[in-house]
Design a binder for this molecule. Structure first.
Ligand code: HEM
Length: 447
């Protein structure tokens, strides 16, 4: 509900000049959670130069992302950093240009097209499990990065990137760590200074560019597959000029799909394996469902809706560990909503990690409890659960990711038991996406 009466907002504690920046640099999740625990609809986040708010009221979140989303744009430092890698692709572009690109890409994600991907997904998952040596510990988070990268390549771009998977994986890690570091350290050495960090970033970007440009050049030679996302992007022409997309624009879109399309799903899988490893009773229920539905065969796309409990587990895992842990927007025009003043030019943080653990919304918020998603259970209020965001900038790959994660989990859990290597701690590391710091080390034993 809109109101014009302004509230005086509480503020996150901070130092005189730097405000909460040092705390954010140390532990952004803690700062955001503390702001949410205030139970206010929004809290001021004192930052140098820019006025910022952390919004925790689901109704306000809904207002920002859906009802008046035109007033909240992606012109923020975080997105500017992302643009260094993704350029002007689907995640980072805005306005009419974004709308046109989204319209072009959308058919590649239609349900009918996804059906064709099911077999590819289970094949990749089966190959992954076949590569695990019984009793030998390995990092499941790393394995999931590789399998999801392979899948985004095979399904949407019809390209085999398995030989480059480790180099791409390393380059992405370096790039993302650099971006979050630059976002949180605005007063660090400029990018042109040849510090080891800056040089590492440049090298990583070159690696990623080489792979993506190679892929586009290969396709430009002609005779490539029809109907995949890359073909759709390459065939699209500007309605006014009749021109196709430039290689530079294609590069940005492909890089975006590469990054947005694998890192997120891989993290969701890693967190799910970690959570299941610590909740044997939930794992037992997952296995009972899998055994009843699959009876020993490899899962198919048709099985996905028959595995509702696994779906609940995935939802709950993305509640506790949303792979995209925070969204930010800049206010275009001043407005007062529910008594909260959004000043023109200020920054708004919507921290999904904190929203998903808001004690005012969730019963026993820290508990891993898939039953809260059971059919008939009351759904959370709008704006309270946003693993894929909401509104017109909602994730284009939400169904793709859900199907992919379900098929990968179903394939692997029905074939092996994964046991967590003892003595690990599982700390979330917010590097653009929310990674399990140090990985999720497991031992596989055949079931
Ligand atoms: C569990 C997996 C995933 C999660 C949690 C996730 C989450 C998100 C979120 C929160 C956004 C909004 C970002 C923003 O506002 O800046 C987003 C956007 C996007 N995601 Fe995903 N995503 C996942 C998987 C995927 C996959 C598999 C693809 C593609 C294959 C994909 C492609 C995109 C694209 C292109 C956008 C930008 C959409 C637009 O603004 O038009 N994502 N995703």
């Amino acid at each position: 509900m809109k109101s014009t009466a302004a509230l005086t907002l509480a503020s996150v504690p901070g130092l005189p000049l730097l405000g909460a920046l040092p705390d954010l640099q140390k532990n952004p999740l803690r700062v955001m959670e503390r702001a949410t625990l205030d139970y206010a609809p929004a809290v001021r986040l004192p930052l140098p130069i820019v006025d910022s708010l952390v919004v925790s009221d689901p109704a306000l979140v809904e207002h920002i992302l859906v009802t008046n989303s035109r007033n909240y744009v992606k012109q923020t430092r975080g997105y500017d950093m992302l643009r260094k890698v993704l350029g002007n692709g689907l995640v980072t572009s805005e306005g009419e240009f974004w709308k046109r690109q989204r319209r072009i890409a959308q058919p590649a994600f239609h349900r009918e097209r996804l059906v064709a991907f099911g077999e590819t997904m289970t094949r990749a998952a089966t190959d992954m499990v076949d590569g695990w040596k019984p009793g030998v510990p390995f990092d499941a988070a790393e394995a999931f990065m590789q399998v999801t990268l392979r899948l985004v390549g095979e399904t949407l771009l019809s390209s085999d990137v398995t030989s480059e998977a480790s180099a791409v994986g390393r380059a992405i890690t370096v790039a993302l760590e650099h971006l979050i570091h630059r976002t949180l350290h605005p007063f660090g050495a400029p990018e042109w200074v040849p510090t080891p960090r800056n040089l590492g970033f440049r090298r990583a970007l070159r690696t990623l560019d080489d792979v993506v440009h190679g892929l586009i050049a290969e396709r430009r030679k002609g005779g490539g597959p029809q109907g995949d996302l890359l073909a759709m992007l390459m065939e699209a022409t500007d309605p006014e000029t009749g021109e196709g997309m430039s290689d530079a624009q294609l590069r940005d879109e492909v890089m975006t799909i590469f990054l947005a399309g694998h890192e997120t799903t891989a993290n969701a899988l890693a967190w799910t394996v970690m959570l299941l490893g610590r909740a044997p009773e939930v794992e037992r229920q997952v296995l009972a469902e899998l055994d009843a539905v699959l009876q020993g065969r490899t899962p198919t796309m048709g099985d996905v809706p028959k595995l509702p409990f696994l779906g609940m587990v995935l939802k709950e895992s993305m509640r506790l560990y949303p792979p995209v842990w925070s969204l930010a927007r800049r206010v275009v025009e001043r407005e007062v909503v529910q008594g909260v003043t959004f000043e023109k030019g200020s920054l708004v943080f919507l921290c999904t990690f904190a929203l998903h653990r808001h004690p005012g919304v969730w019963r026993d918020p820290e508990a891993f409890d898939p039953s809260r998603w059971a059919p008939g259970a009351p759904p959370p209020p709008k704006g309270a659960y946003l693993p894929f965001s909401t509104g017109q900038r909602k994730c284009i790959g939400d169904t793709f990711a859900t199907v992919e994660a379900t098929l990968i989990l179903a394939t692997l859990l029905s074939r092996v038991h994964l046991e967590l290597v003892p003595g690990q701690t599982f700390e979330p590391e917010p590097v653009i996406t929310l990674r399990p710091k140090g990985g999720v080390h497991v031992v596989a034993t055949p079931r």
